[in-house]
Design a protein around this ligand. Sequence first.
Ligand code: CTP
Length: 481
Amino acid sequence: MGSITIRQLDDDLKQRLRLRAARHGRSMEDEARTILRHAAALEQPGAAGGASERRGAPPPAEALVAPAPRSSVDSAAGAKRVLLIIGGGIAAYKSLDLIRRLKERGIAVRCVLTAAAQEFITALSAGALSGERAFTDLFDTASELDVGHIRLAREADLVIVAPATADLMAKMAGGHADDLASAVLLATHAPVLVVPAMNPYMWAHPATRRNLAQLAADGVAVLGPNAGEMAEAGEAGMGRMAEPPEIAAAALSLLRYAGVDKELAGKRVIVTSGPTHEPIDPVRYIANRSSGKQGHAIAAAAAAAGADVTLISGPVNVPDPVGVKTVKTETAQDMLAAVTKALPADVGVFAAAVADWRVEAPNASKIKKQGGGPPTLGLIENPDVLATVAHDARRRPRLVIGFAAETDHVIEHARAKLASKGCDWIVANDVSAATGVMGGDRNTVHLVTARGVESWPPQSKEEVARALVARIAETLAGAER
Ligand code: CTP
């Protein structure tokens, strides 16, 4: 199969593809692939609006990439202003791309470059891309009279530090203010997103770990770093800066979080997400296919709506949502302990696919093959996290929401779970292999309550999350009226 060459599209189409990819948090190539997959699915005999209608007339590319209505995400960021502090690292070149990505989303960008950053990129290029002069000096008479570090700090709705070097993070953690970047960071009231990029050894160093912990305690959001190859030949590991689309998505989410329209402000929400791993021996475990995408999206959407969110996650490969306190767990027992510790809460959303059973006595050492055939694993039932919390008369959240992942008789099973688990709502979905829900990006859910069943249209997991959060906010507001 040949690769997709985006260069060969005309500029207008390319721009629309870029915006569409940005909205979905995908690369342009991935977005193009998704569009092609969708078109191919429509061409399948029997698909809605499929082959019979379209044979010989593939859907026009324009129609496929026509801009979707501006989402609330985009409009929420409408007049927002980001101050981008660019640190001195090889990843600084990606920050130039980040300026473009932010501007595409309707965000005004002002840049500050540290002295080290100017070894990699110039203030001229940052200024040209942002459309505003880029700032470099604390003691620059022109800029002090004109804007000044206090105004730079105050006029930002969000400050992003990318790349955040080990040195810049140390300065932030220590409260230094000996250059423009650190002075602005000390003077700002705006939320701060730090995007580290450094050599893996520097990232792993205890000093960096201490600084990171301090920044987290100070309420700074951290994105990445990712694992991958380093600029240094032959080196790889944890330390690559997050990609510009990821940073832009996190920025939008923080801007929404900082916005005025906080329908869940003052509410505490606990979300469980992902699978659990139940050990068989030190190297093997029982698990399931849950990716954690839906639960993590709910945590992010609740945080964006202003809630104080604790996400209790099983082992997943999706990033921690920004603006959320994430507690990492392995087993069902760990998950129950973490949830119990996080109580009380106004709302509990139990999206985790908790393993029903665990091995009664996991082997302390690796089980070896023996002549007598495979070992017999004695299983015992795990605690039911959702049912335990829902039946806790003293600390039950006002609204308890469970999930039901079913492969058949979806509604029937969901109704039974609503009763047996003692929750208020069940979000039920069909996870049979053909649906692609497990691990996929889309979901078709039914909201099952004592009042009846509501079937929601197929949508992305983020859209399901936003709709669920809107419903939660409405219900809490109704109960308070
Ligand atoms: N759940 C839980 N703890 C468990 C099992 C399930 O908290 N030990 C929660 C899930 O997070 C979900 C709901 O219960 O919100 C339903 O989970 P599901 O796996 O669909 O149901 P089970 O009770 O495990 O029933 P079954 O596997 O028989 O369908």
